[in-house]
Design a protein around this ligand. Sequence first.
Ligand SMILES: Nc1ncnc2c1ncn2[C@@H]1O[C@H](COP(=O)(O)OP(=O)(O)O)[C@@H](O)[C@H]1O
Ligand SMILES: [Mg+2]
Length: 231
Amino acid sequence: MRDALIEAQSLSRIYRRGETHVVALARASFVLNRGDRIALMGRSGSGKTTLLHLMAALDTPTSGAIDWPALGSPDTLLPAKISLVFQTPSLLEPLTVSENVALPLLMAGAADSADCASNVERAVAAALATFGLEALAQKLPEELSGGQMQRVAMARAAVGRPLVILADEPTGQLDHTTGQALLDALIAHLAGTPTALVIATHDPAVAKRMDTVWRVERGVLTETDPTVRRT
Ligand SMILES: Nc1ncnc2c1ncn2[C@@H]1O[C@H](COP(=O)(O)OP(=O)(O)O)[C@@H](O)[C@H]1O
Ligand SMILES: [Mg+2]
């Protein structure tokens, strides 16, 4: 079994708007392995979201190469193998909390028989319990606070036990204690699994809970950790 889940070589993403262009990511090379716990740190506008979207194959690089050696073709990644917790609210408004959390499992066809449907129910109930959301199960997103929405988005990302979870500033809207509780729940949920976790964050307290810090500054991945190779 190969350990490398995502490998990138000299990855760049340049946004062009008319005459101007922004180098959001400049020649980044890295390897994400099974079980990694990475904090992706950098100021606002440094390229964190751009990097996460490239890792999820939601966006294509302007140049360089990215590959998912253990995961297969890029169009099969989301949401079963890689899940992404977006920086902005991303719950589907007409669906309840419980239905939102079930989505990745339904998209993977996990409810195609009666047997499987009860497995989906069980997995959703477990994810809601893990993130302390049982009491909100039947609520609609519009009835939730920003922090509660973030917890639901995290439960939705974790429910299908993907091999990679990419979370874009998931504690950005939460107070310190709530943010740490969310992280506790996520880390407990992932304990003993091969899932790799990458969390974009400004918060050193969040970064401390991860094993490795990747730093991105004006599009340049500068961390000298062994998993980041400079080019
Ligand atoms: N769709 C886009 N079009 C043009 N510029 C963009 C776009 N998305 C991001 N950028 C620019 O790319 C840079 C990196 O953005 P981003 O990856 O969102 O940073 P971060 O997540 O660290 O705040 C910023 O300068 C931002 O303004
Ligand atoms: Mg961002």
